[in-house]
Design a protein around this ligand. Structure first.
Ligand SMILES: Cc1cc2nc3c(=O)[nH]c(=O)nc-3n(C[C@H](O)[C@H](O)[C@H](O)COP(=O)(O)OP(=O)(O)OC[C@H]3O[C@@H](n4cnc5c(N)ncnc54)[C@H](O)[C@@H]3O)c2cc1C
Length: 382
């Protein structure tokens, strides 16, 4: 594995000390900083890189124990080769990684090296429990390590911390094991078991392809018939991002970009379709103590129900700022929260992909730089 730093993007001497500013990785709780970044995944690190380059004082807080963002928690059988479309962070390429190694290791190491390369000393584990209005137009980020006061906030908390479990009749009566993708340990634990996998996304497909090799039986259940796409290109990617963007502009809760791009039709998926492993059933009418029953009276007995039903934006700590719209989402223009220009959401809605998070980090910092400059001229924003 190699890290290639691009030309013209090296901030190694500037990050942490850019323009003589304490860019804040070491800033102690209770310190005033210009910007608090919450989260050190792709979105938070991209933002921190651009803040450091712009010489804006900041602190990065993350409640995970190690570098890697949510990748560090992904199951060991999700090897780097199975990850589709992972984009490098700005200024340092991830090249030549072994496709057979777990992505948690590859990306964890890459993020760690990235933080080191650009001096982005993330404070961890620090859990931010709430962000509130402070005095003089400042924001207060309350955390397990104390409170930081900031003039602007970049929220880059992703979705991994909020697995979504839908509710179905009879669910609580099921006597077998229920788990979510967020707790998926890899296929070994399901050897000989009868497993129902619920969900129409990439994770569900990957779980089924793995588990079917060792399980006694698998059943795939999705709300809508899955759409497989052969040769998904840039135009389709842009169209998918535009769809999510449109929802977020209307104040609706975002769907993940991946959920609107459809499922990639690769060799393994083709084999799964041919063998019947990826034959899908509509959602059951109810769950029973021993499995599930469909409206037509058919039933499937199961030992395990695996909910591959996605994630929601982890933004509960922002509740005191009242950013949510009646539609359940936070309206954003680009990355800026419409209800509060000091708050940017990076990796949210249309930027919830590795490439989107990269771009959004730069865009958020450009806007924050203008906001801070305006304040310096005219006093704190109201
Ligand atoms: C199984 C899976 C596979 C995926 N594969 C791909 C792919 O192949 N290509 C792609 O482009 N995208 C993929 N995605 C989406 C991708 O993970 C994201 O778009 C991107 O990596 C998310 O980066 P992020 O920084 O927004 O979030 P994360 O990586 O989740 O980082 C958020 C960080 O915030 C921290 N945090 C959260 N809440 C708090 C808090 N209250 N206080 C302090 N810290 C907090 C977390 O510890 C975490 O480190 C995948 C997603 C999943 C679930």
């Amino acid at each position: 594995m190699a890290w290639n730093t691009g030309t013209g993007t090296d901030t190694s001497t500037g990050a942490g000390t850019a323009a003589g500013v304490d860019t804040g990785p070491g800033a102690a709780a209770g310190t005033d900083v210009d910007v608090v970044v919450i989260g050190a995944g792709q979105a938070g690190l991209s933002s921190a890189y651009h803040l450091a380059r712009a010489g804006i004082g900041h602190v990065v807080l993350d409640h995970a124990p190690r570098p890697g963002g949510a990748w560090q928690f992904r199951w060991p059988s999700l090897t780097y080769g199975k990850v589709h479309g992972m984009h490098s962070l700005p200024g340092m390429e991830l090249a030549g990684a072994d496709p057979l190694r777990p992505s948690s290791e590859v990306i964890g190491e890459y993020f760690g090296a990235y933080e080191g390369r650009f001096g982005l000393r993330v404070r961890r584990p620090v859990d931010v429990s709430a962000v509130r209005e402070g005095a003089d137009g400042r924001l207060l980020a309350e955390s397990s390590a104390g409170t930081w006061s900031a003039r602007a906030l970049i929220n880059a908390t992703g979705t991994w911390d909020r697995p979504f479990w839908p509710r179905y009749a009879g669910q609580e009566t099921f006597r077998g094991r229920q788990l979510h993708t967020a707790d998926y340990p890899g296929p070994q634990e399901f050897a000989g078991a009868r497993v129902i996998v619920v969900g129409g996304g990439t994770s569900a497909v990957q779980h089924l392809l793995e588990i079917s090799r060792v399980a006694a039986e698998t059943t795939w259940v999705t709300r809508r018939p899955p759409v497989f796409r052969d040769g998904f290109g840039e135009a389709e990617g842009r169209a998918a991002v535009a769809l999510v963007d449109e929802r977020v502009r209307r104040g609706l809760a975002p769907q993940s970009v991946v959920s609107v791009t459809g499922l990639p039709l690769n060799e393994a998926v083709r084999a799964g379709l041919e063998s019947g492993v990826l034959e899908r059933r509509p959602v059951f009418a109810r769950i029973t103590p021993t499995g599930a029953v469909w409206a037509d009276g058919s039933r499937v007995d199961a030992d395990v129900i695996l909910w591959a039903t996605g994630f929601r934006a982890a933004v509960d700590h922002l509740s005191p700022l009242h950013l949510r719209e009646p539609g359940g989402g936070i309206r954003v223009e680009g990355t800026r929260a419409v209800r509060d220009e000091r708050v940017h959401l990076v990796g949210y809605g249309p930027s919830a992909s590795t490439i989107g998070a990269n771009r959004a980090g730069g865009a958020a910092v450009r806007e924050i730089r203008r906001l801070l400059a305006r304040e310096r001229v005219g006093g704190p924003a109201a």
